[in-house]
Design a protein around this ligand. Structure first.
Ligand SMILES: NC(=O)c1ccc[n+]([C@@H]2O[C@H](COP(=O)([O-])OP(=O)(O)OC[C@H]3O[C@@H](n4cnc5c(N)ncnc54)[C@H](O)[C@@H]3O)[C@@H](O)[C@H]2O)c1
Length: 325
């Protein structure tokens, strides 16, 4: 299949592209490298450095490569920043996204898989969070993703677009070649690993006043390779489920302190930490029910255990202590 992957040089995109090219798909990556790394985009994929909001560029790409489907990862992704600069989030995650859909429409490309997020749900009314849970984002990041999901509903209804959206809970882990390497890292596991590798001056856990067993946040971690496999299944099943919205996680929550202990166990090192205040916009508990993805797509995570997830991240960071530099 001829695929366009936006954000394919970013963390999740790079590992999805790796799997897609392995399966002999022809992949074109557009990434402006605001967060991604050129070396993270598989060499067998066509790489175009550019902004996916650039309509002229998109038209050229659709024209030249006869794109049949799109996997859309590119986004602004930092919750804290989304609280202070919502304009950035609505522009990149919503307006640019609509632009992309319009170019797809122009070229009669009717298939898209979209990276949504658990952040569309806000503070959960119950856990695990299934697809019937009402969305109620508490940060503009989650809001921008939810609005784009709604746009997809309308494009399906009016133009026959077929789409799946995945609300990932916390993506983590690595493949052998590609791993998590954000310029401004905000995710717990890579930060803990950086602390072990002596790359952080001091390590802060945000918030110890949450209503959880050890008063730190609870999150559901999902291996990035399992996220990639869900996308591949989604492409295969798009005709059967042309409006599929799926939560992706392992259905088990770990507190920040439990994750810290796991990184200590896997690395064999003690981590010095202190508590900082809560981060704005961080819900206390996020655990997914992924029953729908299992049932409709036949999705089965290969690496559901936290230890495997942390070990793969640790192995990657040990091999790439400076990331992609
Ligand atoms: N990492 C997680 O735990 C997680 C959880 C839920 C949802 N998501 C979603 O998954 C997707 C991928 O997340 P990630 O962690 O890999 O993020 P990432 O920042 O590593 O990847 C995003 C990529 O998109 C690129 N990009 C951003 N704006 C662009 C633009 N306008 N034009 C071209 N390229 C652009 C960046 O350079 C980056 O390479 C995002 O949509 C994110 O919202 C991630």
């Amino acid at each position: 299949m001829k695929l366009l992957v936006t954000g394919g040089a970013g963390y999740i995109g790079s590992i999805c592209v790796e799997q897609l090219v392995k399966m002999n798909n022809k992949v074109v990556v557009i990434d402006n490298l605001q967060e991604g790394n050129r070396d993270a985009a598989a060499p067998d994929a066509e790489f175009i450095k550019g902004d996916y909001g650039d309509k002229k560029l998109l038209i050229k790409v659709f024209d030249e490569f006869e794109i049949e489907a799109v996997i859309h990862f590119a986004a602004e992704t930092t919750i804290k920043e989304s609280m202070t600069d919502p304009s950035l989030y609505f522009h990149n995650n919503l307006i640019n996204g609509i632009n992309l859909l319009d170019v797809m429409k122009e070229f009669a490309c009717k298939k898209i898989i979209f990276s949504s997020t658990a952040a569309i749900f806000g503070e959960p009314e119950y856990t695990p969070i299934d697809e019937n849970h009402p969305p109620n984002p508490i940060n503009s990041y989650g809001e921008s993703k939810l609005l784009f999901e709604r746009v997809l509903d309308w494009y399906k209804r009016a133009y026959g677009l077929k789409f799946n959206t995945f609300r990932y809970f916390n993506a983590a882990g690595a493949s052998e070649k590609y791993g998590e390497c954000h310029r401004n890292e905000t995710h717990l596991i890579p930060l803990l690993i950086k602390a072990v590798l002596g790359q952080l001056e001091d390590f802060k856990l945000f918030g110890n006043d949450y209503p959880t067993k050890d008063r730190t946040c609870v999150r559901d971690y999902i291996h990035v390779i399992d996220i990639a496999s869900a996308h591949i299944l989604a492409l295969d099943n798009l005709d059967k489920h042309p409006q599929g919205k799926y939560n992706l996680g392992n259905g088990e929550g770990f507190t920040n302190l439990e994750v810290l202990k796991m990184v200590e166990n896997v690395s064999g090192e003690k981590i010095k930490y202190e508590f900082g205040p809560r981060r704005y916009g961080d819900p206390s508990i996020l655990i997914a029910s992924a029953k729908k993805a299992r049932k409709e797509l036949g999705w089965r995570p290969k690496y559901p255990g936290l230890e495997d997830i942390v070990r793969s991240a640790w192995d990657w960071h040990k091999k790439h202590p400076r990331g992609y530099q």
